[in-house]
Design a protein around this ligand. Structure first.
Ligand SMILES: *[C@@H]1O[C@H](CO)[C@@H](O)[C@H](O)[C@H]1NC(C)=O
Ligand SMILES: *[C@@H]1O[C@H](CO)[C@@H](O)[C@H](O)[C@H]1NC(C)=O
Ligand SMILES: *[C@@H]1O[C@H](CO)[C@@H](O)[C@H](O)[C@H]1NC(C)=O
Length: 250
């Protein structure tokens, strides 16, 4: 038994320590504006949600931590599908407004870690440097997305990749995701601590927050999912994030 006095003594310390952890997750609306960055996700890699490796054969994205809903593993945004539509890249000098507004339907399979000032720094109360609460980090380049997906004007800017875009997002059914027809791309990889619903609707088929340890996730393994090795989940997106920050700030 732990002495009561000990608990009482510890309690104020614990509540202080847990203060930064009580940030509320962002309860984002089904449609809105966000920013879009991109990162390298190796083909067949099993990212934070534990979605099958095959999911990487179709468009996927990481979502900024406070919207993702977990610090280091699956969260309630896992498996959700969004239509992302490019608006502009103001950060370019001069700001770039494309003639077309291409869009892509992605499945959220990964976490973009919270940082102080980066693109994934949005919290319930604080926007990222573009004044947005959400950032989608698109797995790109990817065999699932054409190489000229992002509009550019190399002649004017001397480069093609603006790095970060203003976008609109809309939450949609995963039936519209390119991977929907491929059973092996849906659900989570077997035998891992993951949660990747094929088409979460926000009720009991949706992942809880891993970091809040508030429940066992639903079994989101589909019958066709193949087992692939899991390694560190978020390191890659973190390093890409560090890299893009350095890159964009230099
Ligand atoms: C997005 O648009 C806002 C204005 O609405 C601008 O301040 C911001 O720099 C833009 N962000 C990017 C990444 O272009
Ligand atoms: C965020 O805003 C809410 C409502 O204004 C406030 O209650 C809460 O303390 C804020 N959280 C942080 C971490 O600033
Ligand atoms: C989860 O579902 C899959 C596919 O239906 C099944 O093979 C597996 O045994 C289930 N796992 C658990 C822990 O129930």
């Amino acid at each position: 038994m732990i002495p009561l006095l000990y608990i009482l003594r510890l309690f104020p310390v614990l509540s202080l320590l847990s203060k930064p952890l009580v940030y509320a997750w962002i309860n984002y609306p089904p449609e809105g504006t966000a920013t879009l960055t991109h990162y390298d996700l190796p083909k067949d890699y099993i990212a934070a949600c534990g979605c099958t490796g095959k999911s990487t054969h179709y468009p996927t994205a990481a979502l900024s931590q406070m919207a993702f809903g977990s610090r280091n593993n699956y969260g309630p945004s896992c498996g959700r599908c969004f239509r992302l539509t490019l608006l502009n890249s103001y950060t370019a000098t001069p700001p770039f407004f494309p003639n077309t507004n291409p869009s892509v339907v992605v499945k959220v399979t990964d976490l973009c870690p919270l940082s102080e000032n980066g693109w994934c720094s949005g919290t319930e109360n604080k926007t990222n440097p573009s004044g947005r609460y959400l950032n989608f980090d698109l797995a790109y380049p990817s065999s699932a997305i054409t190489d000229n997906f992002f509009p550019s004007n190399e002649k004017l800017y001397g480069y093609k990749d603006f790095g970060v875009w203003n976008i609109t997002y809309a939450s949609i059914s995963c039936e519209q995701w390119k991977g929907w027809g491929d059973e092996a791309a849906k659900g989570s990889a077997p035998n891992i601590n993951g949660c990747c619903p094929a088409n979460p609707t926000g009720s009991r088929d949706t992942c809880p927050s891993y970091s809040d340890a508030n429940g066992t996730p639903p079994n989101t393994t589909t019958s066709d999912a193949r087992s692939l090795s899991v390694s560190t989940l978020i390191v890659i997106s973190f390093f890409t994030f560090m890299f893009s920050t350095l890159f964009l700030c230099s």
